[in-house]
Ligand binder design. Sequence first.
Ligand code: SF4
Ligand code: SF4
Length: 452
Amino acid sequence: MNLIETVKSAGIVGAGGAGFPTHIKLNTKAEWFIVNAAECEPLIETDKYLCRTFADRIVVAATAVAAHLGAQHIVIALKRKYEPEIAALQAAIDKAGADIRLFPMATFYPAGDEQTMVQLVTGKTVPERGLPIDVGAVVDNVGTLLNIYSALTEGAPVSSKFLSVTGEVREPIMLHVPIGTAITECIQAAGPRISDYAVILGGPMMGKVVSDPEAIRAAVVTKTTGNLLVLPRDHYLITHAERPIDRIRVQARSACIQCRMCTDLCPRYLIGHQIRPNLVMRNLYRENFIEDNDEFLRAFGDAANCCSCGVCEMFACPMGLSPRKVNEYMKTQLRERGIQVPRNTDCQAHEDIDLHRIPTGRLVTRLGLAEYYGLHAHECRELTPDTVFVPFSQHIGKPAVPVKAVGDPVEAGELLAAAAEGGLSANIHASITGVISEITPAGARIARRKEG
Ligand code: SF4
Ligand code: SF4
């Protein structure tokens, strides 16, 4: 099998959060191959742990992928303050004699955003709603690279996940768990300091808030789960996420003072995209009066270029408003009206971009997370749950199609559901050895086979 077939067979998808099928992303040639090890969001420990622990493997996989892409530049981008990780990677690069350059970045949010990173590393801006390959770059998360390493060297599919558990726990820890492990088991392993908690799957800025106790019990680790942030149920980040859009719209219409901070600090605006959230907010009072689609496009078209990073809402706005949510709402309105927003494909970053970076430390304080910042995970524990629920959709695109039935025995690593034909999809594999006890449209439950 060639690299693409190996990656496809192993069900590898972007491990950094998006879940884009990697065999499709890598089916190209590129000038730049960038390994994203910058941990976009605060409090997440996973990329750092992987860099410290598996530097040799990262170097091997990066070299193999870059050779496949025909890349002239191989770069591992990470934060300058990651000193042990930089030392481990540099030692692995030197040992292998690899032509890989480390790219240290300042500690700002969103340093790990793919488009921000490409602009910093290559000096080129990815076009609006475009991909890094539009400017000759391919970016893979460091966790994705490790999965590629396992597939290339052992033929191993993606059946487990490294993730950190942070926030209201005894101390942050790393876990290595089978895909489909209940998040409650992960949190229990970390020693929660409170019993009435909510969870953010991912980071505090863009992660998914899960507060309903039933939903928490049902949530499982997937190929894209890099962190669990445990917080009190009444924490600002939890209550903020629960505000209904109707209330957000009313607040936006009545309280926006047009200070423009949301636009001046917007990472997409800074790399040169057409996006001015303050204008969307200013025009909001007219949304129900605009019948003409061209006028609607002029008033709200910028919303299409929002990447939902949350800078405007969680950091910039002095009035506590939510341009991000308004943009998400407006994207739906644009779609429902059938309005196509033109794309600018020749974007230039603003000259003062570096002056508008958001220091992560200040962001963390603004988010009410200062007490958890600066604590690091040193230990990694393996969990071996008795049952797992493996979702068929852990990626962008169509769910995989089950190839097993209830009662079937499965070995860890065996194909459980095959990538759907015609479009984006990815294979899904059993993560433990056992028997399938349940199959639903959402996934398969496997009960572990007891040894002896
Ligand atoms: S969420 Fe706000 S800051 Fe982020 S891209 Fe959208 S408008 Fe810009
Ligand atoms: S930062 Fe807030 S108040 Fe200022 S323009 Fe943006 S939405 Fe309005």
